[in-house]
Design a binder for this molecule. Structure first.
Ligand SMILES: Nc1ncnc2c1ncn2[C@@H]1O[C@H](COP(=O)(O)OP(=O)(O)O)[C@@H](O)[C@H]1O
Ligand SMILES: C[C@@](O)(CCOP(=O)(O)O)CC(=O)O
Ligand SMILES: [Mg+2]
Length: 328
């Protein structure tokens, strides 16, 4: 049996534009997905994901071609969920050269699902790490990140960046531009996360931005402008200029909003944070619903978000410095 965990993340800047080659700076946060894997005697896959729905579910099946998996929830939820887990297991089988290996998989996570905090990347990174270790293979971090990226790329219909998976693997703050990935120095920023209790469909939102880009030159310009914000943000990060980081986060949110990926609840939380005195606030991740991230050293933003009707949960998120971790 092998257990591995990997962190979620917030985007300081650059989501969506990073899919088209602009730079992005995600930061790993101290919220983790933990995956335990035990090899089976047969070639089946049994997945327990207690956090996936209110009641959790268990599914036992023999792969994507299995017409009759034994499940206790709706097929659409299972299909949506199994994409990442199934493809991660395929990567582990490939890495260990064990195409017929079967596994019992248990997933536990304290990262809200589909909310822009990178739960998919964390599950995939921890899943590949646990499954390869169970098969006696130790991947380098860069190979693990690359294999995890391939999973997100496949499940998100060929539209994914390396940002989430690289960040979840390495921990800390990272800079990703195309296939150039590096960890960067960052001060311990006072992240406050507001969560509307909802979710957005990453694949759909990415496809929406792509369609806009294909229709309007100014949508294309907007994506490039996000890249400019990120480049400016890197200077602010280097200088430790938190006020400037905040202004740039605000600008970044406006550009994401122009690309159609914000939501009323996200805007309400962003404005709740700004009016409380946050130095900056923006949606994080794919958008459509889920989380915003604000910078505030004081308790004012947390307090304001607690009383914002669209906000279901608010918490402080500290920068994670470990990345993927073998637990047992
Ligand atoms: N605890 C979990 N157990 C099983 N699958 C999970 C879990 N958390 C996330 N996932 C997978 O990741 C998907 C959400 O990923 P995504 O839409 O990219 O949003 P995000 O990465 O922002 O959380 C879920 O639909 C599910 O397939
Ligand atoms: C929108 C995007 O830039 C980030 C998606 O992040 P999340 O899955 O919503 O946490 C897509 C990607 O980079 O693959
Ligand atoms: Mg994701």
């Amino acid at each position: 049996m092998a257990t591995a965990s990997a962190p979620g993340k917030v985007y300081l800047f650059g989501e969506h534009a990073v899919v088209y080659g602009e730079p992005a700076v995600p930061c790993a946060i101290e919220r983790r997905a933990t995956v335990t894997v035990e090899e089976r005697a047969d070639d089946k896959l049994r997945v327990e994901a207690e956090d996936l729905s209110l009641d959790g579910f268990t599914v036992e099946y023999s792969g994507p071609t299995d017409a009759n998996p034994a499940v206790d929830v709706s097929e659409s939820l299972v299909n949506a969920a199994m994409g990442y887990v199934d493809t991660a297991v395929e990567e582990a089988r490939d890495a260990a050269d064990r195409p017929d290996a079967g596994f019992d998989v248990i997933i536990e996570s304290d990262i809200p699902l589909g909310a822009g905090l990178g739960s998919s990347a964390a599950v995939v990174v921890a899943g590949i790490e646990a499954a390869t270790r169970e098969l006696g293979v130790e991947l380098s971090r860069s190979e693990l990140a690359e294999r995890a990226y391939r999973v997100e790329h496949e499940v998100q219909d060929g539209q994914a960046s390396r940002a989430d998976t690289y960040c979840s693997t390495m921990g800390g703050a990272v800079r990703v531009e195309g296939d150039q990935c590096e960890t960067i120095d960052a001060p311990d920023l006072p992240f406050v996360v507001g969560y509307d209790g909802g979710a957005g469909d990453t694949g759909e939102l990415v496809a929406g931005v792509r369609a806009l880009k294909g229709t309007y030159d100014f949508a294309d310009d907007t994506v490039r402008a996000i890249g400019d914000v990120v480049r400016q943000g890197e200077d602010a990060l280097e200088a430790g200029d938190v006020e400037e980081l905040g202004r740039l986060m605000d600008f970044n949110h406006g550009l994401l909003s122009a690309l159609g990926v914000s939501a009323r609840s996200l805007d309400a939380m962003v404005w709740g944070a700004r009016e409380a005195g946050a130095v900056g606030a923006k949606l994080t991740g794919a958008g459509g619903g889920g989380c915003i991230v604000a910078l505030d050293e004081t308790d004012a933003t947390e307090t304001a978000l607690k009383y914002t009707p669209d906000c279901e949960q608010v918490f402080r998120a500290r920068l994670d410095s470990d990345g993927v971790r073998l637990e047992r």
